[in-house]
Design a protein around this ligand. Structure first.
Ligand code: UDP
Ligand code: MG
Length: 316
């Protein structure tokens, strides 16, 4: 029988966790009863340096429920790293793992379908939202625009899939060899290969607590997604630069031929405007190239991405 680990990153989730632990417990019991997972399957809560009672709660669940594990990170490192920490910890002793947000906005009911697909031979099963009616209009439109943009930049992503997915142990092992600092997990997973499939569900509203993903974190994630996977912005700039230079040459020839001996003041505005325009373009280009250099700098340092402070694990 295959052992399942459910990995849950948590940041200041004290309002949500009591609900989460019961629901996930029910899911595990149900899957046990149906004989789809091993008895020693478990839920691993990763505390991403929460400031509230999150870790105390996890410790409490750990003593009360045999199926709960807790991993405490030394500080807040963000959702993507926290999830990675959990996945790599669970990789050691699970045959498959499912990652899900602590707020359970993603439907736990489809976990069974994910496991069925795993037994049919899939190594990766994506949870895909088939509607976003419950998200705010702003979140919905920006998210959708983002997926389209990613596609345009040539980054392989699964449309409307966040980080709710099942991965087999060997897929996680493969993932663990991606040691990059600018981490965008849902961009990496489709590049792993292996047989994959999707299950569909309706995304729910957050029942308790509020979103831990403010606009700034969302923008950082989106920016990481694009710049960590695509060099198209740089290619675009190079082409644009060439086109502008070519255009200026034509314009210069034209001006020389038709206004060679004309009034000096004429054309001052257009001249100064084009200087500003080109200056702006150059600054923009330099800045963008700088973004990539900044990333190279970070990668080269090869810093550890997180530090585990404590790992609560029931004795075998
Ligand atoms: N999260 C985390 N570290 C952070 C921010 C968020 O581990 O710095 C977790 C959070 O506890 C939740 C998941 O990431 O389990 C997704 O966050 P949230 O539900 O707030 O995002 P949203 O659904 O609003 O995009
Ligand atoms: Mg959420």
């Amino acid at each position: 029988m295959d052992r399942l680990a459910i990995v849950v990153p948590c940041f200041n989730e004290e309002e949500m966790l009591p609900i989460t632990v019961t629901q996930l417990g029910e899911v595990l019991t149900d899957l046990w009863d149906k004989g789809k997972i091993a008895k020693d399957s478990y839920v691993l809560f990763v505390d991403d340096g929460s400031k509230d009672k999150t870790w105390e709660l996890i410790e409490g669940f750990y003593t009360k429920h045999p199926y709960v594990r807790g991993l405490k990170l030394a500080g807040n490192v963000g959702h993507q790293y926290a999830l990675t920490a959990g996945m790599l910890a669970a990789m050691e002793d699970s045959d498959m793992l499912i990652s899900i947000d602590a707020d359970l906005q993603d439907d736990v009911a489809v976990m069974e379908d994910m496991i069925d697909k795993y037994h049919e031979g899939c190594d990766i099963v994506y949870g895909v939202r088939n509607d976003r009616k419950r998200d705010s209009l702003f979140k919905r439109t920006t998210a959708q625009a983002f997926y389209k943009l990613m596609a345009a930049f040539g980054v392989k992503t699964v449309y409307n899939h966040a980080d709710f997915r099942l991965m087999s142990q060997r897929a996680v092992e493969h993932f663990s060899r991606f040691e990059e600092v600018n981490l965008y997990i849902r961009g990496i997973v489709p590049t792993l290969g292996y047989q994959s499939d999707s299950v569909y569900y309706e995304r729910k509203e957050r029942v308790a607590g509020e979103s831990k993903y403010p606009l700034s974190k969302m923008l950082t994630l989106a920016w990481n997604g694009i710049t960590s996977f695509s060099v198209k912005p740089i290619n675009f700039l190079t082409t644009l630069g060439l086109v502008i230079v070519f255009f200026c040459l034509i314009a210069a020839v034209y001006a020389f031929v038709s206004y060679g001996s004309g009034n000096v003041v004429r054309g001052w505005t257009s001249l100064i405007l084009s200087i500003w325009f080109l200056g702006g373009m150059q600054l923009f280009g330099i800045g963008l190239v700088g973004q990539y250099i900044g990333k190279i700098y970070l990668e080269v340092k090869h810093r550890p991405r997180y530090q585990v402070e404590q790992y609560l694990k029931q004795d075998e």
